[in-house]
Ligand binder design. Structure first.
Ligand code: UT7
Length: 331
């Protein structure tokens, strides 16, 4: 099976805490903390765009595994907040990395985008023994927010994470290395309206000079999404364990999508995950959409929560709906 070899992240320097949001909308640190667990989130600088975050995370991942940009054969960028509809962020990224001639394109599966891109890399590496695939999840969600809507603007943040996938064993034994044991992806389009950015594509016609209204920003039925997120991540986690004939005892760490600490705790409770095996860093970053599990993997690794020989279970949920589970065997 292919390996993830090399992990790097980038979180913008600017920190927005809950006190700052209290000045923008009718909210409170107490409400945000008790309902979401979020204390602060990162915000990209005015001159930073998504490909800049992607580039910094990619260089960190390459450094982590001791590879050069010239080794890369494929680049898959996951983003729900790309630089633009066109040009493709992956192509801007390869220009910034100084490479050409590789297969490079964007994929959007909302908050589940990283695991979807990872599965694509997994298949690519299975088909091509020489493939060295850069998988990047990069998000500037703060530019997709209506800053007058308190039900969404307190939830999201910016960040990026990258991994290198290949069939070769690590160049740098100190770098992050994990075998991709299994990936499960499930979808249901019936609920696509529950998280949406209505305008900006073909659905809402617009012309030069039209005002930018709230349809250009995220809207979400939080309560309904909450229920579906818990149900779907629990179901995906159970299914992937069952089809690999594993139980939670075989798992050293569970990393759910970092959207809301109450969702993370509810997933943990239903699966019966011991507190010390359930990872959460949503307090520090908020919901960074598809970058969330990469930032979590990075922080979990720094906290020594992913011992060699241990198995990590990732599970994600997001707009579409698209939900996933992945099993990584840490080497
Ligand atoms: O990444 C994609 C997946 N996204 C998610 O997983 C998000 C899922 N949903 C959630 O995390 C939660 O549903 C929220 C955090 C969005 C909301 O929490 P909730 O406990 O479901 O609150 P609610 O939507 O039921 O709202 C409760 C009250 C409402 O007031 P009323 O109608 O009871 O008077 C809201 O207007 O809280 C109010 N409210 C706020 N109050 C202060 C909503 N947002 C805020 C706010 N500050 N920021």
């Amino acid at each position: 099976m292919p390996y993830i070899n090399g992990l790097g992240v980038y979180a913008p320097e600017k920190i927005i805490d809950n006190a700052y949001l209290e000045k923008l909308v009718e909210t409170s640190d107490e409400w945000i903390t008790s309902r979401t667990g979020i204390k602060r989130r990162r915000m990209a600088a005015d001159d930073e765009i998504t490909s800049d975050l992607a580039c910094k995370a990619s260089l960190a991942a390459l450094k982590d595994c001791g590879r050069s940009v010239n080794d890369i054969t494929h680049v898959f960028v996951s983003s729900a907040s790309p630089d633009a509809l066109c040009p493709v962020t992956a192509c801007v990224l390869i220009r910034k990395l100084g490479i050409k001639g590789v297969m490079a394109f964007d994929c959007n599966a909302a908050c589940s985008g990283f695991i979807n891109a990872l599965q694509l890399a997994n298949y690519t590496a299975m088909a091509d023994p020489n493939a060295v695939i850069l998988v990047v999840a990069a998000e500037i969600m703060t530019r997709k927010l209506d800053w007058t809507d308190r039900t969404t603007c307190v939830l999201f943040g910016d960040g990026a994470g990258a991994v290198i996938v290949s069939r070769n064993l690590p160049q740098n034994p100190q770098g992050f290395c994990a075998e991709i044991d299994d990936i499960l992806i499930d979808t249901d389009g019936e609920f696509s309206e529950l998280i949406s950015i209505h305008a900006g594509g073909s659905r809402q016609r617009y012309s030069v000079g039209d005002p930018v209204d709230r349809n250009y920003f995220i809207s979400m039925n939080g309560r309904e999404v909450f229920k579906q997120a818990v149900r779907s991540m629990v179901e995906a986690a159970r299914s992937i364990l069952e089809r690999n004939r594993l139980s939670l005892e075989d798992i050293s760490l569970v990393i759910p999508h970092q959207a809301n600490d109450r969702i993370i705790q509810a997933v943990g409770d239903r699966l019966d995950v011991p507190v010390d095996k359930l990872f959460s860093n949503v307090s520090e970053y908020g919901n960074t959409s598809s970058a969330s599990v990469t930032l979590a993997l990075h922080d979990a690794r720094n906290a020594d929560l992913m011992p060699k020989g241990g198995r990590v279970l990732l599970t994600t949920f997001g707009g579409g709906f698209i939900w996933t589970a992945a099993l990584l065997n840490i080497l």
